[in-house]
Design a binder for this molecule. Sequence first.
Ligand SMILES: Nc1ncnc2c1ncn2[C@@H]1O[C@H](COP(=O)(O)OP(=O)(O)OP(=O)(O)O)[C@@H](O)[C@H]1O
Ligand SMILES: [Mg+2]
Length: 509
Amino acid sequence: MAEYILQARNITKKFPGVLANDHINFDLKKGEIHTILGENGAGKSTLMNILDGIYYPNEGEIYINGKKANIRSPFDSMRYGIGMIHQHFMLVDTLTVLENVILGLKDQSFFINKKQIADKIIEISDKYKFDLKPFAKIWQLSVGEQQRVEIVKMLFRGADILILDEPTAVLTPQESEALFEILKKMKSEGKSIIFISHKLNEVMEISDRITVLRKGKVIGTVNKEETNPVELAKMMVGREVLFRLQRKPLERGEEVLKVENVEAYNDRGIKVLNKIGFTVHKGEIFGLAGVAGNGQKELAQVITGLRKATSGKVFLLGKDITNQHPLVIANSGTNYIPPDRLKVGLIPNLSSIDNAILRRYRKNPIGSGILVNYKKAREYTESLIEKFNIMVPRIDAPVKLLSGGNMQKLLLAREISENPALLIAVHPTRGLDIGATEFIRKKLLEVRDSGMAVLLISEDLDEILMISDRIGVIYEGRITGIMDAKDADVHKIGLLMAGSTEEESATVH
Ligand SMILES: Nc1ncnc2c1ncn2[C@@H]1O[C@H](COP(=O)(O)OP(=O)(O)OP(=O)(O)O)[C@@H](O)[C@H]1O
Ligand SMILES: [Mg+2]
């Protein structure tokens, strides 16, 4: 018994209309990294939220070090040494690192010794080489840095059972590598870690054991050494998954998007787009590769009107749309899958219906006059849910109750179904399980075949290479190279991403 630091026995959690966890048994050994794998909506986050005291199960028990634990709130889980990083971060943007770390601590006296706390944050931060400044505001930090704040927050509270719910979904490959080093160090210090990811290569790299869930049930637990990605995929989906896509030859048409010498600044006032220029044509997928933070986010914002270009021009189908209002640009035929589904893409407190028709409520037949035709809106939403295989608790439940991957599917369904001239897709398959990822990539190829121009912005080089027709590389706000996908490979793109010029990268071959 003592071998296990945490055991879940027969955990069952019902939500209205959904059996999210169905008699789950799960063991965590002391000092292991145990991955939970499963399709979108399989019940992973629900189980983790139960361990963290956010939800209380309908049935089942949790044992910590062999003794039955009574976890009814995150305070309780903290007492048992459990700390969790949620799928969607829970930091408060406008507060400092320090304020976020102490937020929600129970014994918050009026006389908090900020100096002492700052010292402790720096101590933890130094130990893991985080370089965090206790008095920096959260909004000033990159996503990777924000995640480190979450880790410091857990460690500050003395957690020795760490739960990380899809921590790498929002990280660059480099940041993920850095996180893995941190996890390995924590493990060597005897901490026990539960890790969730949809990326099988990561799972194979970091795990000691892997438990697979499907539709709320445990399918099995395997040792990493005794399994492989094909077997895991099969356990997860219940069938073989093919990682191959059929694609038709390119029929490149007229120019749909033209970005010309555009310059722009980021939120911190630093110039992040530096005379950037490229075109995207009808019927092609233009993949833009690059390490995050090289201007990708701001570029998408400038094209969609969410950020001002300080110089240069953006043309859509020959029409100058530079610095137009976002609604005007959207209505001229641009759809946008933003990187942050909960901040820009969806409205968490509104229902699936409201979110699905966000771009249609002014148009017939859903919007007629000033009224929204709810029957039509519901039918439309139902059709999206069916086509994109989205799991919703109820169609009129707030989308914040959907699992992470299902939110992403709803957003994708809405934006892809509009048939715009231009689709800008930023990390479209982020957080999707392997089946859904394959489905979305097929969809992107389908809309390309039907004549849409697609600008795909992704850090996932496999994704870029798999579906793009042409590939551009962005580095420090400039395009360092553009090539046909058939002439591209990971090595060549990798060099351009690191700032080499096209000539330099060509000579290395
Ligand atoms: N508070 C809630 N109310 C109603 N239904 C819920 C609630 N929380 C989760 N669900 C439902 O429970 C099911 C399991 O969701 P969960 O978030 O655990 O999935 P997941 O395995 O983490 O998926 P993903 O990989 O997409 O994050 C989903 O159908 C989800 O919609
Ligand atoms: Mg989840």
